[in-house]
Design a protein around this ligand. Structure first.
Ligand code: AHR
Length: 665
């Protein structure tokens, strides 16, 4: 594109001349020349922009994973007995009901079960006594919807248990059914449906009886029937992610993969197979228990459902506190190989057969793995990395491997297909990093900017300011997408009741969700995947508070082609911008265009449950477009202009004859 730049410079001089470069031109604050000529275009990678899902902030458990019961196996207090059963509680007084935990489950991997001893018989309070589970800060129960209940029960006598969904204090019944069994002397699986007659966003599940005796419960699950394709993903949250049209999804962490200690790291083998037999684990970095219903299989299913390339980050024998010695790393290498085989081995392979038995005989489309997370500086990273790299390369020559070491400022000292790059900083720093990859060598592995975000005071819980800085940074990545292969914001989700990390892209509670400005900012980039980037040159008489790029893309819905110009005005002044498109027949551009703006009255503004749409993209029509557009950019704004083109202009452009173009002006 160097030739293109020289061309543009010449063109600008020509334009100045043609415009009699007087105050009229330079009074506009900025001029953006977009060059559509053939030698000024480059294809953007198909998966440049994607998402990073980490089990953090209850993103999965109590979030995207629609399971409504928290601590369904009573294991969250540990696999020992006595354990604690939080957030389960009892209904009734101590004298009438006693609960305890016992290692008497039928599931070896989940030994703890709940023992409930009821002392009353005909004299029980009305409705009986029992236990309840409030889910993750209240269950969202919707009138007319059906919920699948599964539980395991055992008792020496007959049982009559009323199962109900109620409001948060057990007063109003939303749905109810009864489990009546004469012989459950062996552990018995009960499956039933609850149909909600009323709605409540802060509901709970109750198991009650008025019959004296002892009942054991284990593995109590309540799932809405209407999850995405029945795959267990909460519909509204799935849609929020799908709307971003992510080219890839990186999972399952982050620090979640590493653990503070290896014994608490995400170990994929313990998250597959029947949900009842998954031991669950306490994630000691983000400090909560997960039943691992959202496990290795479900992450691949999620990627497939999103149409996004899966990027599996696996534990490489390193936690925050430990590093496995290279002499004994082989079992970890084998575990990674097995995890890949699970995803893409054929249905007769050892691990692929388990995937097939779980419902997906065809392999998942795994092409990328990351060897650890943020571990480059940790002991033995490189030594161990080379062992993972060699083993995976040998078994799966096509899999792209991602190193944790930064190759943006100097060449890596080890082989890799990509290197991971994370940036969390204040707004000005992130905005100024738009040019970071301009200086990176064009040879060697490409960058995977798998975590970026403005954090700290500039960001709050998700400010407009943060999103604008990030947009500037992403424009820089787009322009450098010859060497930046992928990028994703982090973290993706936060349950508002467990803000371990802020800000985040999507905020939710049991029933509602909204996008922060950083979420909406990503919408401006969702058609960049696979689009064509055009050489564009920005000239401004103000300081460096503008970033701009231009792409040509085809809208996947209307199948029409558009020229899209994105501009971030990071400054506090209004900017008059002239956009000039050169290198094509102006008749190929429509004379009208749409303008979409993300802005607000105060750059510190945020969205909230009270005002979820305070800062969202707003689209209006521009009356006059074509190859010469005068627009006004609001202070602190991200704007994109979409001009309909009569065909794919990158196919029909000529090499710019700038002299004839300028003289025609
Ligand atoms: O995105 C939050 C955390 O930030 C990730 O877990 C980790 O990779 C990074 O430090």
């Amino acid at each position: 594109m160097a030739a293109g730049r020289a061309l543009i410079l010449g063109l600008l001089i020509g334009l100045c001349f043609a415009f009699r470069c007087s105050a009229t031109l330079w009074d506009t604050n900025a001029l953006l020349v977009v060059n559509v000529s053939k030698d000024s275009t480059r294809k953007i990678p198909e998966s440049l922009f994607g998402v990073f899902f980490e089990e953090i902030n209850h993103a999965g458990a109590g979030g995207l994973w629609a399971e409504l019961v928290s601590n369904r196996g009573f294991e969250a207090g540990g696999h020992h007995s006595p354990s604690i059963i939080d957030p389960w509680s009892i209904i009734g007084s101590d004298s009438l009901i006693k609960v305890s935990t016992e290692a008497s489950s039928c599931f070896k991997t989940n030994p703890v079960a709940l023992r409930m001893e009821v002392a009353c018989d005909n004299d029980c309070p009305v409705g009986g006594v029992g236990i309840y589970n409030p889910g993750y800060w209240g269950m969202n129960i919707e009138k007319g919807k059906t919920y699948n209940l599964v539980l395991y029960i055992r008792s020496m006598g007959s049982v009559n248990v009323s199962v109900s969904l109620t409001d948060s204090i057990g007063m109003q019944t939303l749905a109810t059914t009864n489990i009546i069994k004469t012989d459950v002397s062996n552990w018995t699986k009960i499956e039933t449906k609850l149909e909600a007659k009323e709605s409540n966003t802060n509901a709970r599940l109750q198991l009650k009886t008025d019959k004296k005796g002892v009942i054991w419960f284990d593995q109590v699950s309540l799932m809405p029937t209407d999850t995405y394709k029945g795959h267990g993903f909460r519909n509204d949250l799935f849609k929020m992610v799908a709307d971003l049209k992510p080219g890839f999804i990186r999972f399952p962490g982050g620090c979640f993969v590493e653990g503070e200690y290896l014994r608490n790291a995400f170990r994929w083998k313990e998250t597959i197979g029947a949900w009842e037999e998954r031991p669950g684990h306490f994630g000691d970095v983000w400090f909560y228990w997960t039943d691992d219903g959202l496990g290795h299989y479900e992450f691949f299913q999620l990627a497939e459902d999103l149409g996004a390339a899966p990027i599996w980050v696996f534990n490489n024998g390193i936690s925050h506190q430990e590093s496995v010695d290279p002499s004994v790393i082989t079992p970890f290498v084998q575990e990674a190989l097995d995890g890949i085989e699970f995803a893409r081995g054929d249905a007769n392979s050892t691990w692929g057969s388990i995937r097939a038995a779980m419902g997906h005989p065809a392999p998942f489309d795994l092409k990328y793995v990351a060897i650890g997370n943020e571990d480059c500086g940790k002991p033995y990273y490189r030594e161990n990395y080379l062992k993972f790299y060699a083993a995976i390369r040998k078994a799966y020559p096509d899999i792209q491997m991602i190193s944790n070491c930064d190759g943006s400022s100097k060449q890596l000292d080890h082989p890799a297909d990509m290197y991971d790059f994370h940036i969390y900083s204040d707004a000005r720093t992130v905005f100024s990093m738009a040019n970071t990859f301009d200086r990176t060598s064009r040879v060697g592995p490409k960058a995977f900017v798998s975590e970026y975000a403005v954090t700290g005071n500039d960001a709050g819980l998700g400010s407009l300011l943060a999103s604008l800085a990030e947009a500037g940074f992403l424009i820089g990545l787009e322009k450098n997408s010859d060497i930046v292969e992928m990028a994703s914001y982090a973290p993706l989700f936060v349950n508002t009741n467990d803000k371990r990390w802020k800000p985040d892209a999507i905020v939710f509670d049991s029933s509602q969700s909204y996008g922060t400005p950083s979420y909406w900012m990503q919408h401006f980039f969702k058609y960049s995947n696979g689009a064509t980037i055009l050489n564009s040159t920005l000239m401004t008489n103000s300081s460096s508070s503008l970033e701009a790029s231009a792409i040509v893309f085809q809208d996947p819905v209307d199948k029409k082609n558009y020229l899209r110009v994105k501009v971030v005005n990071f400054g506090s002044s209004t900017v008059n911008l002239k956009i000039v498109v050169v290198g094509l027949d102006p008749n190929l551009l429509d004379t009208s265009a749409s303008k979409t703006v993300l802005s607000s009255t105060d750059v510190r503004d945020e969205n909230s449950f009270a005002n979820p749409q305070k800062i969202i993209p707003v689209t209006t029509m521009l009356e006059k477009a074509g190859d010469n557009i005068d627009v006004v950019l609001l202070p602190h704004s991200l704007t994109c202009f979409d001009v309909l083109t009569k065909s794919d202009i990158t196919e029909v452009t000529t090499t710019t004859d700038d002299k004839s173009y300028v003289s025609s002006m």
